[in-house]
Structure formats: C-alpha cells, structure tokens
Ligand binder design. Structure first.
Ligand SMILES: *Cc1c(COP(=O)(O)O)cnc(C)c1O
Length: 367
C-alpha cells in the first residue's frame, strides 16, 4: 500500500467540478483583483472565524507582517514568539524590524508555555505572538489575560488552526489582529498562495486594507508606503467553495486523530500529542515523538508510508538567524521536539484501511 504524507491531488479532485465553475465565472467576470469574489470570501471567512472582519492578503507571512505593521510595531519593540514554530512567525517580526524574544513550549502541547511568558516581558515588549501549532489552539484565554495585565497586543499566528478552539472560542479570534494562511497544504488550502487577517477592530481593518494595496484607498492616491499583497479573485473563489466543507473536513481529521490515539497508545516509546485543558485541535498535523524517529521514518518509507518532520531545525538554529547569536543549546525543548517529532498522514478522504495499515506498520516496527 502506498500512502502519501498528504494527497493534495485527491483532496482537490473532490472539488473539481465546483472549481471549474468558479474558474469560468471569474474568467467571465473579467475582474481578477479585489472584486466580488474576494469580498464574498472575506465575509464568509469572518463569519466562520467569528470575527467582525477578514481581510484577504497574498499569503500567511504577509498576514503576520501587515498585522504587526498595523499595530505600529517596529524597530526598538520586542515581540514574544515561541521557540518551537515554523520560521514564518519569526520572519514576520524580523521584517518589521522588531526584536524576537523566544519562549519555550510546553512539552506536552508543543505550544508556547504560558508560565514562561511573563518573565520575558520588559518595558520594550509590545506584543505576544502565540502560534496555534499543528492545529491546536494555544491556551489563549490565559495569554489574553497576561497581555491585558501588561498592556500588550496579541497577534495570533493562526496559519494552522482554522476551526480549533480554546474554551469554546475560535483560534484566530482572540488577538487584536491575527494572521492565517491558505497555503495549499493547510486545512483550508488554496490552489496557490493566499492568506488572511482576522480582527474585530474597524481601524486596524482599514489600516491593513490600505497596506495590502500599495498604501492606497483611492486608486493612485497613496497615504502610506504600502505593499502589494492581495488575495486574488480566483483564489478567493476557490477558497469560498472549499470553506463550505472546512468544518466537515476538520471533523474527519479529528476522527482520524482519535483512531491514531486509540491504536497507538502504549506503542513502543511513542509520545502521542496532548491537548491543553479546554483547547481543541483541527489536527492540521498529527505529530508523534520517539527517540527512534529517523529509524521509524525510514521503516515507514520502505513500507510505502510518507511522513514529514515539522520541523527539523528550530528557528534559533537556522543559518538565516545566525545574526541573533543564539547558541544551539539555548532552547532545549524546541530542539528536543525537532529531534524527535514525526508527522503521520492525516487528511480528509483517508480510508480506514490506510489508517489501520499505518498503525499496524508502526506496531511491526516496535515488535
Ligand atoms: C504556513 C505557515 C505560515 C506562513 O504561511 P504562508 O502562506 O506559507 O506564508 C506562518 N506560520 C505558520 C505557523 C505556518 O504554518
């Protein structure tokens, strides 16, 4: 049996007829940037995410950069970010010229450890950027309370957790302004690059709408030095179609995760993912940990099962961040996760015999 880590072809083929109809309606409209498709999707995603506004942008990284820009965060300011994240979270802080203050994860949830945040707050701290990693919402109510106490902004990196919740409230709706990504491999994936900002704040909405479009609200009149980061009509139309099934697809992922959790309990030295109290996951990824990670990955590969490491090198060890002079030993938990984590296949449309095969193969490895 061959089971790819992610079958984007299969996922999108399920929408083929609808996607074709959307393509033709966009061609027929003759309008390709900032039109009706975008405003419809923005309205529907805001509704899905339970925020007043959604502002489509070019990708998830831009969503975070423009969010920080809209809050006037820049040189001299400090932003608290997790040490265990995809490098995009760090890059957004770097691009606005602010200083990255990494905080280690909780070793059970892999998300930022809320007990380590306050000791990193200084007079220069302007914001906390929690990352809802692997699809699990961070302990966002507690993070919001810390932020309120110290008068800090919260900017959620919600690229991976569309639909996850903390105490029943949606990830991406806690921070003053939040970014998400519709990169093809995300739970709501475009057929190209796309991202969005979610917020309840009218003024921040107006700022990012200006920033994403060359700093202009009225064509050829530029108030600020903006960017070109727009979500185009075609991707917006595709996303709006796929959004209808996002909740169902997230539920399918949860079901697969529950099967893994059930079948892999007490298997070898495997550490299964754990949820923080009152937090849910959309299971964007199903990440296990084992000291025999490389051998297990190789074994599964030989048996036709694709897996991926999220992520093999934490940001503080990346060559790109050599200038910050972190020591490799600085964030041991981020390093431990990088050295032991392995993501198993999880996506809508996976058959139960495929999940059984994966679990049986893992049992064979440990037997
Ligand atoms: C995917 C991702 C991003 C960036 O999204 P792009 O659309 O690829 O720019 C940011 N943060 C996290 C945690 C991500 O997984």
């Amino acid at each position: 049996m061959i089971i790819p880590f992610l079958d984007l072809k299969k996922i999108n083929q399920a929408y083929e007829q609808g996607l074709n109809e959307k393509l033709h309606s966009v061609i027929d409209s003759g309008w390709f940037i900032m039109g009706q498709q975008l405003s419809t999707f923005e309205k529907n995603y805001a509704k899905f995410n339970d925020t007043k506004h959604c502002i489509g942008v070019g990708n998830g990284l831009d969503a975070l950069i423009l969010s920080l820009k809209a809050l006037n965060i820049g040189a001299g300011d400090e932003v608290i970010v997790p040490s265990n994240t995809y490098i995009a979270s760090w890059l957004a802080v770097s691009y606005v010229g602010a200083t990255i203050i990494p905080v280690e994860p909780n070793i059970e949830t892999y998300n930022i450890d809320i007990n380590l945040i306050e000791e990193k707050i200084t007079s220069k701290t302007k914001a906390i950027m929690p990352v809802n990693l692997y699809g699990q919402a961070c302990e966002l109510t507690k993070i919001m309370a810390i932020a309120e106490k110290h008068k800090l902004f919260v900017v959620e990196d919600n690229a991976q957790a569309q639909g996850a919740t903390c105490k029943g409230k949606l990830a991406g709706s806690f921070g003053q302004i939040n970014g998400t990504s519709f990169y093809p491999g995300k739970n709501l994936g475009a057929l190209g690059d796309a991202g969005a900002i979610t917020t309840n704040d009218d003024e921040l909405t107006s700022k990012v709408k200006t920033l994403r479009n060359y700093g202009s609200q009225v064509k050829y009149y530029n108030e600020v030095k903006g960017y070109n980061s727009r979500l185009d009509e075609l991707q917006a139309a595709f996303l709006d179609l796929k959004l209808e099934k996002l909740a169902t697809e997230n539920y399918q992922r949860v079901e697969i995760a529950n099967t893994y959790l059930h079948k892999l309990t007490n298997e070898g030295d495997i550490i299964l993912p754990k949820l923080a109290q009152d937090c849910t996951s959309n299971y964007h990824l199903f990440v296990i940990r084992t000291n025999r990670r490389n051998d297990l990955q190789k074994f599964l590969q030989e048996k036709g099962i694709g897996t991926v490491i999220h992520y093999p090198v934490p940001p503080h060890k990346q060559e790109a961040y050599a200038d910050l002079n972190f020591k490799p030993t600085d964030f041991p938990l981020a390093s431990l996760i990088a050295d032991t984590c392995l993501s198993l296949p999880i996506y809508p449309g996976m058959e139960s015999n495929q999940i059984d095969y994966i679990c049986d193969t893992i049992k064979t490895f440990y037997a």
